[in-house]
Write a protein that binds this ligand. Structure first.
Ligand code: PLP
Length: 590
């Protein structure tokens, strides 16, 4: 027994002398997961419940046999799967661990401790990585090797502990006022398990890697975020002047829905778009559309409630639905049909638990604009199945060519609709944080939901008041965004260039976007041997210093797409497209 009561024999069985290879380990791991009916996400969640952090790609590497985990990870996984560690390492049977309840708990603590870097200096271990913004510490395994810890290395002593408030030093075992024995290891804090299945790769791990490279002096070209200002798209001067003028009057909270003047302007805009039955009390301003998406998902979804969301999507929708306890169900948008929603797939995915459907029109990441016919088809489906409609229309003023934007709510006076828009994109003022939502149609259907919306709106007090103060100015008068999307305008010309340049690359095809400033090209996965789009994004980053977002980041189910933001100036885009063409000339994923 060691100091924790874990039988030493138990530990020896997972020594590095074990015959396991990454492949055989993966086979046993999958068998263990099948026996307990667990998925990869469950392993991550259950590890987190034990105070240890396993990354998504880390687990996927173990399951696919690319990496053999370290001893501590083997111990943790065997504990989660309730099997002998030796089985995972290719010895023995998957018998339920013989470790007693107490020693099992202790072993789990030890695993967690090793994973969270609590143990004594691990000899021959790999560098500890502390991801920005993460409270837990994870130790990633380098591909293809297991950690060797000499048998003679001192076994760490693991306890719960607290940092001394006054001295900032670690207390050694001391008594809690309520009689709980406190001990002398450092307590770490893990993120809530509510976040386990939440994905927001637009600012995810590849972006973290780009930041790391930048901190080492590398120049990274960011084609990953639709943030207009850094690319020279400036806020109209009149808007800034008006905000400056009104600043002294914006010191207090406003009505929680927003200033009267802002909501009146939004109401008039909604009327022009043909939204039926709109009133001032059904208009809410938010700190960007983002805040309102989250607010609506929280107000609507109970655990297990389903909501239809497009694939690909703007991933905040899926993330917020998941965080709210709902189940996002993705309907496909069809690349062969200019990325229009596949209505048959949408209807096929409706169940008695489906409450609502989301459309993003114009679409991020595809740039599609839906025709009136398609929208009428969606309304029919919503009508047949009594669904409410959320329409994210934040790009409605950035349509190009002959594309005319139609608000779906204008076609659905008998349904309950919520339409979202804002100034982040059309007025290039993403940083001011102002968006809104407008309730329309048959409001009686959603009266109880609106009580929830009101409560949540009151709880956040109000949105940013200086930003609300310019809504009236921004929505009235000359709309400078029109110049950007007309022939000769920056967005229009850059779109044309990127579209042509991408399609000229052997193995790449892209549908021409009709709006916004994104394009979602397809890669020939056979030609490039691509099976992991995150790896592709990392390879492109490392080889060419170009940061894009992988298709999986938009909940696209195959590893064959990525998104480019074509906001940078033409000279920069030219360089980027040349680099991209060069990259794909030789790229074959390992
Ligand atoms: N909806 C879509 C489709 C988006 O693409 C974005 C941002 O990229 C948002 C909402 C968030 O916008 P906001 O800046 O108003 O929060």
């Amino acid at each position: 027994m060691d100091m924790l009561g874990v039988p030493m024999a138990e530990k020896k069985r997972i020594s590095v002398d074990s015959p396991a290879t990454a492949k055989s380990f993966a086979q046993h791991l999958r068998e263990g997961m099948d026996r307990r009916g667990l998925k990869q996400a469950d392993l991550i969640r259950m590890a987190s419940q034990r105070g240890a952090k396993l990354g998504k790609s880390q687990v996927s590497q173990y399951v696919s046999g690319k990496t053999l985990p370290r001893r501590a990870v083997v111990q943790l996984l065997s504990d989660i799967l309730e099997i002998e560690p030796s089985f995972l390492m290719g010895e023995g049977t998957p018998a339920v661990s013989a470790v007693s309840a107490a020693s099992s708990a202790a072993a789990a603590t030890e695993s967690a401790a090793e994973l969270t870097g609590l143990d004594a200096e691990p000899m021959g271990s790999f560098p500890t990585v502390i991801p920005a913004g993460s409270s837990a510490i994870s130790i990633p395994d380098p591909p293809g090797r297991a950690e060797a810890r000499p048998a003679a290395a001192p076994e760490p002593r693991i306890h719960m502990s607290r940092l001394d408030k006054n001295t900032n030093s670690v207390n050694s075992a001391s008594s809690h006022p309520e009689g709980i024995i406190m001990s002398d290891a450092i307590r770490t804090f893990s993120k809530s398990s509510k976040l386990d299945n939440v994905l927001y790769d637009v600012r995810g791990p590849v972006v973290d890697e780009a930041a790391r490279l930048e901190s080492e002096g590398a120049h990274i070209l960011k084609l990953n975020i639709g943030n207009p200002a850094p690319f020279g798209f400036r806020t109209p001067v009149e808007v800034i002047q008006d905000m400056r003028e009104q600043l002294p009057d914006c010191e207090g909270y406003s009505d929680s829905r927003g200033l009267f003047s802002a909501r009146k302007a939004i109401m008039q805009y909604a009327q022009l778009k043909g939204l039926p039955n709109v009133s001032m009390d059904g208009i809410y301003t938010g700190n960007g559309v983002s805040e309102l998406i989250n607010l609506c998902m929280q107000a609507l979804l109970d655990t297990g409630d389903e909501i239809l969301i497009p694939a690909p999507d703007y991933p905040l929708w899926t993330a917020c639905a998941t965080l709210a306890g709902g189940t996002p169900v993705h309907y496909l948008c069809d690349e062969q049909a200019d990325w229009n929603p596949d209505l048959a797939d949408m209807e096929f995915k409706i169940t008695p638990r489906t409450k609502a459907l989301v459309i993003i029109n114009p679409n991020n990441p595809t740039g599609a604009v839906y025709s009136k016919d398609v929208l009428e088809g969606i309304v029919e489906i919503a009508r047949r199945h009594q669904l409410m409609i959320f329409a994210d229309e934040i790009y409605d003023r950035l349509c190009m060519d002959d594309a005319e934007h139609v608000s779906i709510a204008s076609l659905a006076p008998d349904l309950f609709c919520v339409t979202f828009s804002g100034l982040s994109k059309s007025h290039m003022i993403a940083g001011y944080r102002i968006g809104w939502m407008v309730v329309s149609g048959n409001k009686r259907l959603g009266s109880d939901f609106m009580l929830g919306v009101n409560m949540l709106s009151n709880m956040r007090l109000c949105s940013n008041v200086p930003a609300q103060s310019i809504v009236q100015t921004a929505l009235g008068g000359h709309q400078s965004v029109k110049d950007y999307v007309a022939p000769g305008g920056r967005v229009y010309e850059q779109r044309n260039y990127v579209y042509e340049a991408l399609n000229a690359i052997d193995g790449i095809t892209a549908v021409k976007p009709k709006a916004a400033f994104y394009i979602f090209p397809k890669m020939d996965v056979k030609k490039f041997n691509i099976h992991d789009d995150e790896q592709f994004a990392l390879d492109l980053l490392h080889q060419k210093g170009i940061l894009i977002t992988r298709g999986g980041g938009f909940n696209w189910p195959e590893p064959d797409h990525f998104r480019i933001v074509y906001l940078p100036r033409m000279g920069v885009l030219r360089e980027a497209m040349e680099d991209l063409a060069e990259f794909f000339e030789t790229y074959r994923q390992a």
